[in-house]
Write a protein that binds this ligand. Structure first.
Ligand code: AMP
Length: 292
C-alpha cells in the first residue's frame, strides 16, 4: 500500500522504517536503490511512465506531489492549477511506496532565504519567458533531493530545459543521485500529455495539435540545417489557427545554445505557445533518418 507523508519529519520516519538500507550510501547497489519522482500532481500517463521506470529500477519509490509556488510568476496559474491528491494517491497505489505531499506554507515558509540558481542555461527559452521560474524549480528540487536522498531522480524530457538545468545543478553541487531523463508520452494524436491540457476546450485541444505536428514535420524533414528548420517550424506555427507562438527554437541539446546553418551533431527543436489561455510546451530530437 502506498503511504502518504505530508511533512519532512513524517517522510524521514517512513523512509527510516521501510527503506533503512536505501539512499545514497548504497549508490549503484540495485537491491537497495531509492528512486524519487518529483511532480506537481494531477497525474497522467506521462508522470506514471516516470514512476514505472523508477519502479523497474529501484527497490523503494517516492513520488513527490507538490504544486511549487516558487516556480509560478504572480500572473501565472498557481491558484487554478489542478489539484486532486486523493486521485493521485489512488493512481500511485501499487506503483509508489511513498507519496510525499508537503503543504506549501511549511515546505516554502515565508522566512526562507535560500535560492538555488543555475546560471546560463536558464537565460533562454522558458527562462526568458518565465523569469525566476527555474530558480523556483531548482530550489525545490534541491530540497527534495536533500529530504529523500535518492539514488536516482526521474524527470521527463517533456520539460527538456528543466532536465538540462537539473542535470547541471546536480553536477555542480555534487548531488550523489543519478538524474534519469524519460521520453515524452503523447496522446494517440500526438499531443504531449500535460496537466495543463485539462484547461483546454475541445476546440483548443484541436488547435494545440499544431505544436506536435510542426515538430514532427521538422523532425521528419531534418537535413541538418538548423536555420531552415527553425524557419519552417516558426512558419508552421505562425500559420496555425488559435496558436500564439512564444518561441520556436533549434538548439544544441546539451548547451541549449541556438544552432545556425548545417551541423553534424544532434539538435533539439523546442516550442512554446499559448492556446486560449493555456501555455503549452513541446520538443523533439532532430537526428538524421536511419536508412536500412
Ligand atoms: P509536472 O507535474 O508537470 O511538474 O511534471 C512532473 C514530471 O513529469 C516532470 O519531470 C515532467 O517532465 C514529467 N512529465 C510531464 N509530462 C510528461 C509527458 N507527457 N511525458 C513524460 N514526462 C512528463
Amino acid at each position: 500500500m502506498t503511504q502518504v507523508a505530508d511533512t519532512v519529519a513524517d517522510l524521514r520516519l517512513l523512509l527510516a522504517a521501510i527503506a533503512p538500507h536505501t539512499g545514497v550510501v548504497h549508490l549503484g547497489d540495485d537491491a537497495h536503490r531509492l528512486g524519487l519522482v518529483p511532480t506537481m500532481g494531477a497525474l497522467h500517463d506521462g508522470h506514471l511512465s516516470l514512476v514505472r521506470r523508477a519502479r523497474d529500477e529501484c527497490r523503494v519509490v517516492v513520488v513527490s506531489v507538490f504544486v511549487n509556488p516558487l516556480q509560478f510568476a504572480p500572473d501565472e496559474d498557481l491558484a487554478r492549477y489542478p489539484r486532486d491528491l486523493t486521485r493521485d494517491v489512488a493512481l500511485l497505489d501499487g506503483l509508489a511506496d511513498v507519496v510525499f505531499a508537503p503543504d506549501a506554507a511549511t515546505f516554502t515558509p515565508p522566512e526562507r532565504r535560500t535560492t538555488v540558481s543555475v546560471a546560463g542555461l536558464t537565460a533562454t527559452l522558458e527562462g526568458a519567458s518565465r523569469p525566476g521560474h527555474f530558480d523556483g524549480v531548482t530550489t525545490i528540487v534541491a530540497k527534495l533531493l536533500n529530504v529523500v536522498a535518492p539514488d536516482r531522480v526521474y524527470f521527463g524530457e517533456k520539460d527538456f530545459q528543466q532536465l538540462a538545468v537539473v542535470r547541471c545543478m546536480a553536477a555542480d553541487l555534487d548531488v550523489p543521485a543519478a538524474v534519469v531523463g524519460c521520453p515524452i508520452v503523447r496522446d494517440a494524436d500526438g499531443l504531449a500529455l500535460s496537466s495543463r491540457n485539462a484547461y483546454l476546450t475541445a476546440a483548443q485541444r484541436h488547435d494545440a495539435l499544431a505544436l506536435s505536428r510542426a515538430l514532427r514535420e521538422v523532425a521528419d524533414t531534418w537535413d541538418g540545417d538548423a536555420t531552415s528548420a527553425r524557419r519552417r517550424l516558426r512558419r508552421r506555427l505562425d500559420g496555425a489557427p488559435g496558436v500564439r507562438v512564444d518561441y520556436a527554437e533549434v538548439v544544441d541539446p546539451e548547451t541549449l545554445a541556438p544552432l545556425e546553418g548545417v551541423g553534424a551533431g544532434p539538435a533539439q527543436a523546442l516550442v512554446a505557445a499559448v492556446v486560449g489561455t493555456t501555455r503549452l510546451i513541446d520538443n523533439t530530437r532532430l537526428e538524421p533518418a536511419v536508412r536500412a
